[in-house]
Design a protein around this ligand. Structure first.
Ligand SMILES: Nc1ncnc2c1ncn2[C@@H]1O[C@H](COP(=O)(O)OP(=O)(O)O)[C@@H](O)[C@H]1O
Ligand SMILES: N[C@@H](CCOP(=O)(O)O)C(=O)O
Length: 377
């Protein structure tokens, strides 16, 4: 068998928003998407040569035929049955190819094998797509030997997933806050192009458009800070057994808000970022600081039981509970707690059941490492 190198890319699940931090905050959790990537060596012992664009023109002849054989993708774990396995349709490899093409590398190197193992349920508000995007960016970085710094990896991720909360927490780990920089008019138009242009589904026999320049990712789009996290705080994720696509849960949100509602969220968010770092945690402070008026009230039509769950469990009715919110765009409920996890999960499960919704639940740790790439062999 030809010698090869084997790497593991591991990216954690995330819970975005944590109540008032809509599109701002996220925490990395102890479920993950991992890729085992096998890269064949050439006879000289180095990795296979990468095919580059011959020029930046749209009629590059050197880039018209992809290298063969194309990457082989396999999946195991959750929700893996319906994932497309063509490297031109799969989210992981489309993102990786975008990163490669942005570095003048027109095709995947030949003979790659990618075995994905997924623990993050799709469409539940636990950042499965954010994790896939980060894994794809890290895959492109690995296959192209690019050694990109974290801020640049984040630029590519943000060109695909355009809110920073999930992808930043997935890359950095822990409890993270982030903002998007105001871009120059030129960078704004580069960053605003449709996703279909960032990630086209390349047909392998593409015509002249195969050689077109990829869209340009502006520099330093996202900025972040990692907050402290009190180690006794764990996350109970109660996951309804139905999918809610993030795009649908965003489509029900208003485009403008009252000053009262914005101030409500800003006041809570400012307190929450420090309150979650303090040991022992203050349940009354955290419970109130996790309330939200920007996204959760509008998503209740999509998640039966949400208003009852958010209003009926408190630190007084349920000792050990610190705060409760929608995880990301839902439908998962995230309850932060330091004890009595079973009782808290049982009550959320009971309320969902009154609406005929079945759930799975797990107590998760906060993942402080973020994404990790390591060579296994
Ligand atoms: N590991 C993965 N590989 C390929 N596609 C994925 C993967 N994880 C998620 N996706 C895609 O992302 C979709 C879910 O994204 P989204 O609606 O944003 O929900 P979530 O809250 O789980 O991020 C899935 O239906 C699937 O199309
Ligand atoms: N801020 C976003 C977060 C979406 O997270 P996901 O895990 O549901 O994809 C939102 O609330 O729309």
């Amino acid at each position: 068998m030809a010698p090869s190198r084997v790497y593991q890319i591991r990216v954690p699940a995330t819970s975005a928003n944590i109540g008032p931090g809509f599109d701002v905050c996220g925490i990395a959790l102890s479920l993950s998407l991992s890729l085992r990537v096998t890269i064949p060596d050439t006879e000289s012992g180095s990795s296979a040569p990468l095919s580059s664009f011959s020029s930046s023109s749209s009629s590059s002849s050197s880039s018209s035929a992809p290298s063969e054989p194309l990457p082989v993708i396999t999946y195991s774990g959750l929700d893996s049955d319906n994932v497309p396995l063509s490297p031109y349709k799969n989210l992981l490899t489309r993102v990786a190819l975008y990163v490669l093409r942005s570095h003048n590398i027109a095709h995947f190197p030949p003979g790659i094998h990618i075995a994905a193992h997924n623990e993050i349920p799709f469409g539940r508000g636990l950042g499965s797509s954010g994790a896939a995007v980060i894994a794809g960016v890290l895959l492109g970085d690995l296959l192209g030997n690019l050694n990109l710094p974290k801020v640049r990896l984040l630029d590519f991720a943000l060109m695909v997933e355009r809110h920073p909360d999930n992808v930043t927490a997935a890359l950095i780990g822990g409890f993270v806050g982030s903002y998007l920089k105001e871009l120059s008019p030129e960078d704004t138009s580069a960053a605003s192009i449709p996703l279909a242009e960032v990630l086209p589904e390349y047909p392998p026999d593409a015509g002249p458009e195969w050689g077109m320049d990829p869209p340009r990712a502006p520099n330093d789009i996202g900025h972040y800070v990692q907050f402290g996290w009190a180690k006794e705080i764990k996350a109970i994720a109660v996951m309804p057994k139905f999918e809610l696509p993030t795009a649908k849960a965003r489509s029900v949100l208003p485009t403008s808000y009252s000053r009262k509602d914005l101030v409500f969220n800003l006041q809570r968010l400012a307190v929450l970022t420090t309150a979650l770092s303090r040991s022992p945690p203050d349940p009354d402070l955290i419970y109130e600081a996790m309330k939200d008026r920007v996204h959760q009230p509008y998503r209740k039509t999509l998640i039966p039981g949400l208003p009852e769950i958010l209003s009926s469990l408190t630190p007084h009715t349920h000792p050990g509970l610190l705060g409760i919110c929608l995880s990301g765009a839902g439908p998962t409920i995230l309850a932060l707690a330091h004890s009595h996890f079973d009782a808290i999960a049982a009550e959320i499960t009971r309320i969902f059941k009154t609406k005929d919704i079945e759930v799975d639940w797990q107590v998760l740790e906060i993942d402080q490492r973020g994404s990790v790439v390591e060579q296994l062999e």
